[in-house]
Design a protein around this ligand. Structure first.
Ligand SMILES: Nc1nc2c(c(=O)[nH]1)N[C@H]1C(S)=C(S)[C@@H](COP(=O)(O)O)O[C@H]1N2
Ligand SMILES: [Mo]
Length: 300
């Protein structure tokens, strides 16, 4: 499908030369720099060097395999990821079971290096491979009545040992407003560092919404439903006072039990450092308009 708009850095963009060039262009009055360059510069100023493969694949949240950060890497190998289908239903013209292979044959896979911010106040930078969710929604044909998109993870307790415990009301579910789902930053990821997505990261396909806390980026998706009602989300159902529907990264709205003003940068071993958390995780210029006029302290 058409490659519409990449407003994030690619691997080539993070070379010092490129950053230097953008800085010069910005100082020269924005001549020749589009939105992408500005966004890239804003993010590069805090560093967008990807975390190592080891960090990204050994420090995970995936409660289907246990609640420990190392449980997913240890236990996710039990998951069968082929064949894989995604059921797309609800307010769509072409509902059905879509085979992942058929979906991928129609999509352009590109790399997006995204800042990732977990609600637990740590962060990484991750080079995803994937395609825009909007393209998948177009495959199914979204009807005018649809206002929200609901997502569901696989339920298979035989392979997902954490599902034998009722930590979460399985299956894991998430939701977005349709305009959030259609935003070009919202992708379905199928790979990391140009390789297939490891199982602990949500193989074979997972959502990535870079301006929201990590838990919105639901893994191992098997169902996508278009609806006119705001869908339930797992963490909101579990602890509504702490986790709202929107869950936008916002340094000014604290989690009731800890500050969201700063984050620990994962990596660097003993020398892991902290940095200020950016509004909308650094994607403010691209997404703030989605929330114009909304009280973000109430709609957290
Ligand atoms: N199905 C499912 N998706 C999930 C989770 C989960 O427990 N189950 N954890 C979420 C949380 S809290 C985070 S921080 C991210 C972690 O993604 P990563 O392990 O690829 O970094 O996945 C999110 N998606
Ligand atoms: Mo998270």
């Amino acid at each position: 499908m058409a490659h519409r708009w990449t407003n994030d850095l690619s691997r080539a963009d993070i070379t010092p030369e490129h950053i230097y060039m953008n800085r010069r262009q910005i100082m020269a009055g924005l001549a020749g720099v589009g939105l992408a360059g500005i966004a890239g510069q804003a993010q590069a100023s805090q560093g967008l060097t990807p975390n190592s493969w080891d960090d990204i694949t050994n420090y995970n949240n995936f409660y289907e395999f246990g609640t420990g950060k190392e449980d997913p890497a240890r236990y996710a190998s039990a998951l069968t990821t082929s064949p894989w289908t995604i059921k797309i239903d609800g307010m769509v013209d072409r509902p059905g079971e879509y085979a992942l292979g058929d979906i991928l044959s129609k999509m352009t896979i590109e790399e997006r290096i995204y800042r990732f911010r977990c609600v637990e106040a740590w962060s990484m930078v991750i080079p995803w491979n994937g395609f825009e969710l909007s393209d998948l929604l177009d495959m199914a044909g979204v009807q005018d009545s649809a206002k929200y998109v609901a997502f569901e993870t696989l339920y298979r307790p035989d392979e997902m040992r954490g599902q034998k415990f009722s930590t979460i009301d399985w299956p894991y579910v998430e939701g977005l407003r349709l305009d959030e789902a259609r935003h070009p930053l919202t992708i379905m990821a199928t790979g990391l560092y140009g390789k297939d997505l490891p199982k602990q990261n949500g193989a074979p396909i997972r959502l990535v919404v870079p301006w929201k806390y990590g838990f919105k980026s639901i893994k191992s998706v098997v169902r996508i439903t278009l609806t006119d009602r705001r869908p339930p989300t797992s963490w909101n159902k579990l602890i509504p006072r702490e986790y709202g529907f929107y869950s936008n990264v916002n340094p000014k709205v604290d989690h009731p039990r800890w500050s969201q003003a700063s984050e620990r940068v994962v990596g660097g071993g003993l020398f892991s450092r902290r940095q200020d958390t950016l509004m909308f995780n650094g994607y403010e210029s691209q997404v703030a308009s989605l929330y114009k006029g909304m009280d973000l302290a109430k709609n957290f």
